[in-house]
Design a protein. Structure first.
Length: 169
């Protein structure tokens, strides 16, 4: 097994940790604090890094647990994601850009309405690109539960999105 280096192996995970924390807390400043606390906690356990199967999974688990703890303590509000958390398409047509931004905004709003576990599974699978096994390890659930939560979350988003799109037609 290779020696784990904080700068090369753990520090590059900060964006993934931030996105996960943001998806759970729905608060940009809180997500940044969680990433910082995660890095500190991981650093304090540097003697144990070699024992972990996946340092990335460990970091994501720590960040997830911290985010859940903080959201429960603060009884976080449903705040919408900032525009800087979305990606802009390559289109140069202003109408298409506006339409894309509107669609992404609606999807983010719908994701924010999902239960925390479904939000986390969708974040890890569809945005972070994790496989079912990794998600199950991070969230401490079975792979079947990952699949069920992913399916239900996607279905809810799809159903609500279609309702919004077809409203008044």
């Amino acid at each position: 097994m290779e020696k784990i280096n904080f700068r090369n192996d753990i520090l590059p995970l900060k964006n993934k940790l931030y996105r996960l924390a943001l998806r759970i807390t729905l608060d940009s400043a809180e997500a940044e604090d969680i990433v910082q606390d995660t890095m500190i906690r991981v650093w304090h356990r540097k003697d144990e890094w070699e024992k972990f199967d996946s340092i990335e999974a460990y970091c994501l688990t720590v960040a997830r647990n911290l985010a859940i703890d903080r959201s429960q303590k603060l009884e976080s509000k449903n705040i919408q994601l900032n525009d800087d958390a979305t990606e802009i398409s390559d289109s140069h047509d202003p109408h298409e850009l506006m339409e894309h931004d509107e669609q992404v905004g609606i999807i983010h709003q719908l994701m924010n309405l999902l239960p925390e576990k479904q939000r986390s599974v969708i974040q890890l699978r569809d945005i972070e690109g994790k496989n079912y096994k990794e998600i199950a390890e991070i969230l401490d659930i079975t792979e079947e539960q990952v699949k069920v939560n992913l399916f239900r979350g996607r279905q809810k988003i799809k159903q609500k999105y279609l309702e919004i799109q077809n409203y008044g037609l």
